[in-house]
Design a protein around this ligand. Sequence first.
Ligand SMILES: [Zn+2]
Length: 219
Amino acid sequence: MVTTALVGAGVVALGAGAALDDAKGVDAAALKNSLDNASATAEELAEREASAERSTRDSEREESAEAGLATSLSESPDAWLLPLHGYDFTAPYGVRWGEVHPGIDLAAREGTAYKAVHGGTVKLAGWYGGYGYAVIVDHGDGVETIYGHSSQLMVQVGQQVKAGDTLGLVGDTGHSYGSHLHLEIHVDGAPRDPVPFLRDQGVDIQLEVEQVYGAVTAS
Ligand SMILES: [Zn+2]
């Protein structure tokens, strides 16, 4: 049964299963499960714990990310995606407490799977000083992404990854102040603000930092 569903999903993903309308829903779910099996449990737990309002926002993000994933499989190998779901945007790029913060912080529960935002080659997967356990993906054209503070790494140096492939699990290793993903984007060796960079690629990092900073200012 499972094998049949996966074969069907492959056909649908390739766009050759137009007559299989009744089976599409099941096949799409099977396809997602087969792609996401390493992270499904963590994401489901995170969603279950989220508030009703936040769950709504998360599911909206998931739908758009899934649409992006389907697109990347069938049409565009150049897709860009969010690195994870169900996060809180806790720190922006730029000067923070008198120090330059060269990336953005997305807080999520330890063990949450994070994904490659774009296809490329794993350049580093291991301990990386203050970044703790980190992954660097080389996307070509001078663009690299860095994922820091992982609890666990799921890729190896030299591995080819697609957008949406799991790279590791969110953690609190290195110079970290709680479980979160630190995401950096470098262009020709220099860090860029990931928020506008990803927005230019059609990926909207949901900014919740105003609420966080508002609370700090008020206290
Ligand atoms: Zn950070």
